[in-house]
Design a protein around this ligand. Sequence first.
Ligand code: TXA
Ligand code: MG
Length: 322
Amino acid sequence: MVSHDDIAQAAAILRAGGLVAFPTETVYGLGADARNPEAIHRLFIAKGRPADHPVIVHLAHADAMPQWASRVPAAAVTLAAAFWPGPLTLVLPRAAHVLDLITGEQETVAIRVPSHLVAHDLLEAFGDGIVAPSANRFGRLSPTRANHVRAELGDAVDLILDGGPTDVGVESTIVDLSGDRPALLRPGGITPAQLAAVLGASLDAPHAASPRASGTLPSHYAPRTPLDLIKPDDLEERANQITAKGSRVTVLARRKAPLVLSGIAWHIVSADAATYARVLYATLRALDAVGYDRILVEDVPDDDAWLAVRDRLRRAAYRGEE
Ligand code: TXA
Ligand code: MG
């Protein structure tokens, strides 16, 4: 799907200050040269992202960490050895040269070594750090397929490398290692239990002194259609109530539609957390495109395996005080 020539062309575009969208194992990223402020400025404009929101520096190998971090704590070495390349981002004290545009003028920098072969080959060919936020407009659903990027960013991207659908489907887990104790800033592809097993201690929740992470805003990762999270037992009743008022509703559930329901588009999603995560954004995008008045999502289990999915659904459902 992606040839050596495509990778070489993508690296050349990045060197020239251009923007390249590429697949990672989590979601598609919109890449720019991490040492080129003009390119990163263009990237923020393409995304419609506020300038004070920091971006992740992607690297081909963990051994480049000290080029971007002023200090690499022992926990970073441990987590990198266990989970890189993979869906984990580490927040570390920044090296002095790291651009304020990357850090959001904070004292930390976020670093990740992705495992997707296309991402890896691009990083190798480029030979240095690539900043890559998810390749969507700010606040919207992250793209998990190349056509999502095309639909959302169009001509603002110089090249899109199409590596097919992404595997994990939700963004990387972000762990802050810049403070006294590791803190989980964003749940993702790696679960807290996996992290705790390797670190030998559980992680803190984000606290007042934690670095800001935009993916932790209450409303984020949202479809355009209003979305409600509904307890499994209340699903049919709510769907019927809304339909009775003349609204077009669709349901996303892990089980079949009851026979008594008529005229409601009922979509079944996997009861396995990893499979659910893989298709979540593509499913919400497809439902968004139909133009329903409301998406009702059956709430998901309250355990560790579902943490990232639950987090994204909560943010997708958040509409402030109504
Ligand atoms: O899976 C991923 O992480 C994807 C792929 C493309 O790698 N990238 C991604 O980037 O999700 P983005 O920009 O959409 O989200 C990055 C998150 C944001 O919540 C941002 O606030 C946080 O990382 N972040 C970046 N630098 C940070 C820093 N220095 N301190 C705290 N949070 C940081
Ligand atoms: Mg994003």
